[in-house]
Design a protein around this ligand. Structure first.
Ligand code: SF4
Ligand code: SF4
Length: 436
């Protein structure tokens, strides 16, 4: 039976071999944020992969493991760091969710958001305007008190988590940026994350300012969501549609590189070649985006910071987004940049690479579980003695800010580009006061 299935898996043939490589050593247990907050076997990478393999081989159905093994995984790949055969559990779980939704259909609210809002910049602008209108007029608070937000399920919790929205989105802020600091080193296309555009536009603006101060001219193409939420929620068609739309929007843009400041989005742009590289119309553009997109910290780390950095007498810890490839050079880029800021003390954070529980829409889908993971993260942050936590991913940023408000009100949470921007501002002020 096993041999027949091996030759002819019922579905998920593309991940079947990888799922078969788990040797059941259990080294992944201690690294899994879901397992450490709920220590049962099916929470481990070993347990999830084994159940998915059972489904592929016909011993159970994917719907039997939808609640639990498939839903509680953060697809963070923290387990891969401990896994000798490098079983890509997050990817296997994402593919199993896609297969499940293809078999059973998609929840309509999720489909509506993934197909009618996220791919369309105009719809995203409308949602921002509407959400801000309800916040400013008090309608939002009213709906919250009356329990109306619950009707919107995960979307309602997402809005709640994002907190008060800024008046200007990142796209609007991009229209009033300073000029590039000469000599110009190149021209980059900035890939704005649709979520950060609404929930933390000041972070995107800081990233653009840092690039400009370092000699990179910034152009900001208008795109929709990268498609990452569709991938993690299992909607393959929506994911492909967003990759095709964005590749089309970026076709022919005259830039030396693309840069984004959200680790998970950038990681997903790197997959565009695999997702839409065969498309007759936009295949070339999709492969180009995959090859030439870099994360801000990695881009500056490789090319070097040229702008002057001023002193910041802060104790900082770095919370590495899980979406950065395990053991890859990009993992250390934030620390290397921060080590160049005068007077800044970069402290060690226990379990720095463990997911904070944000994980895309996880905090909205699994609020209790997410909170348990977040509490553990803040136990470690408080123990470190840091007054600032730095990260480079929007869901981490939103999650950690919400966590700081509840568990460590004195701790400030910043995007790494906000910290560099602040350091550059200090240097400018010092130059103004103490002329060279
Ligand atoms: S991807 Fe993350 S949540 Fe899922 S099994 Fe691995 S460590 Fe656990
Ligand atoms: S560490 Fe890797 S090989 Fe070992 S049990 Fe976990 S998933 Fe399987």
């Amino acid at each position: 039976m096993a041999l027949a299935a091996e030759l002819n898996p019922r579905f998920l043939a593309d991940v079947y071999q990888a799922a078969s490589e788990c040797n059941k050593c259990s080294l992944c247990q201690a690294t899994c944020p879901a397992y450490v907050t709920n220590p049962v076997e099916w929470e481990t990478a070993r347990g999830r992969v084994s159940l998915i393999r059972d489904a592929i081989e016909g011993r159970l159905e994917l719907r039997d493991i939808a609640d639990g093994p498939l839903s509680t995984c953060l697809t963070c790949d923290n387990c891969v760091a401990a896994c000798a055969p490098r079983v890509p559990t997050g990817h296997i779980v994402s593919r199993a969710r896609q297969e499940l939704h293809e078999q059973e259909g998609h929840p309509w609210k999720q489909s509506f958001a993934l197909r009618n809002i996220l791919p369309h910049p105009g719809a995203l602008r409308f949602v921002h305007g509407l959400a801000r209108f309800t916040q400013v007029t008090g309608l939002y608070a009213l709906a919250r008190r009356g329990g109306l937000l619950q009707l919107f399920g995960g979307l309602g919790r997402l809005a709640d988590y994002a907190g008060p929205l800024e008046r200007r989105t990142a796209y609007q802020r991009a229209r009033s940026l300073p000029a590039v600091t000469p000599p110009v080193r190149g021209r980059v296309g900035f890939l704005v994350c649709c979520y950060e555009n609404l929930a933390a536009p000041q972070s995107t603006e800081a990233a653009m300012r840092v690039l400009l101060a370092n000699g990179y001219d910034v152009t900001v193409p208008v795109i929709g969501c990268s498609g990452l939420p569709a991938r993690t929620l299992g909607d393959r068609d929506a994911m492909v549609d967003m990759a095709v739309r964005n590749s089309d929007a970026l076709r022919g843009l005259d830039v030396d590189a693309y840069v984004g400041d959200v680790a998970s989005c950038v990681g997903h742009f790197h997959e565009y070649g695999a997702i839409a590289g065969d498309d007759r119309l936009v295949g070339d553009a999709a492969r180009d985006v995959a090859l030439r997109t870099a994360l801000t910290s990695d881009f500056l780390d490789r090319n070097g910071i040229r702008a002057e950095l001023g002193p910041l007498r802060w104790n900082v810890v770095v919370d590495e987004p899980c979406s950065l490839p395990v053991d890859g050079p990009r993992r250390g880029a934030m620390r290397r940049l921060l080590s160049q800021v005068p007077r800044l003390r970069v402290l060690d954070l226990h379990e720095a690479a463990m997911c904070c529980g944000g994980a895309g829409t996880y905090f909205a889908r699994m609020p209790e579980r997410s909170e348990a993971i977040l509490e553990r993260k803040f136990d470690n942050i408080r123990a470190s003695g840091a007054e600032v936590v730095v990260t480079e991913n929007i869901s981490c940023l939103v999650q950690l800010r919400a966590g700081a408000a509840r568990h460590a009100p004195g701790v400030r949470v910043m995007h790494v580009m906000e910290l560099l921007d602040e350091s550059m501002t200090v240097a400018q002020r010092r130059r103004a006061v103490i002329p060279e």
